[in-house]
Design a protein. Structure first.
Length: 174
């Protein structure tokens, strides 16, 4: 598994994904976090691995502390589940991730599962969305997912190498 410099190392999957720090009011169990760690642990994942799911929680926490979320639990869950199913080059990863999230977390207290699924599906449309297509939470969530694009050069190089590894079957553009 590839860990990123800005992701806290050690602890359980629950800790690394923010379950015991910063997102404590979101009702996931140790079994939920174990299932997420297993899903993100696929052998072909060099970037879309547990490290990415952990990394997107850092900007989520920043928004949570500075601005607040309208739907706190839904945005958190959408971020940690958004790449739970990921096969490089497939166009249905987000749809499959949304279905996986529904299967694993539907029925949690006062949770709007439709919103979680909507937010996950939006992550498939980076670059094709217009301001009318997203509300405040969706826009901030998408920014959290793409925060790596504003990373320091060394951190960005790790991201680029991971993506290149996952998409080794795609020829270099030069």
């Amino acid at each position: 598994m590839l860990w990123y410099p800005w992701v806290r190392r050690g602890g359980t999957s629950n800790d690394r994904l923010g379950g015991s720090t910063g997102a404590g009011s979101i009702p996931l169990t140790a079994a939920h976090y174990a299932a997420l760690a297993k899903a993100y642990g696929g052998p072909a994942r060099a970037y879309h691995a547990l490290g990415h799911a952990c990394a997107v929680i850092e900007p989520w926490r920043d928004v949570d502390q500075r601005l607040g979320w309208t739907r706190r639990a839904e945005t958190f869950l959408a971020l940690i589940y958004h790449d739970a199913i990921y096969v490089a080059g497939r166009s249905d990863n987000e749809e499959a991730s949304a279905a996986s999230a529904r299967e694993q977390i539907d029925g949690l207290t006062a949770l709007d599962m439709h919103e979680v699924e909507r937010l996950i599906r939006l992550t498939a449309q980076h670059g094709r969305l217009t301001p009318r297509m997203v509300d405040r939470d969706a826009g901030l969530l998408l920014d959290c997912d793409m925060a790596i694009l504003g990373a320091m050069p060394d951190d960005f190089a790790v991201y680029e190498a991971g993506i290149r590894s996952e998409y080794a079957h795609v020829p270099e553009p030069w």
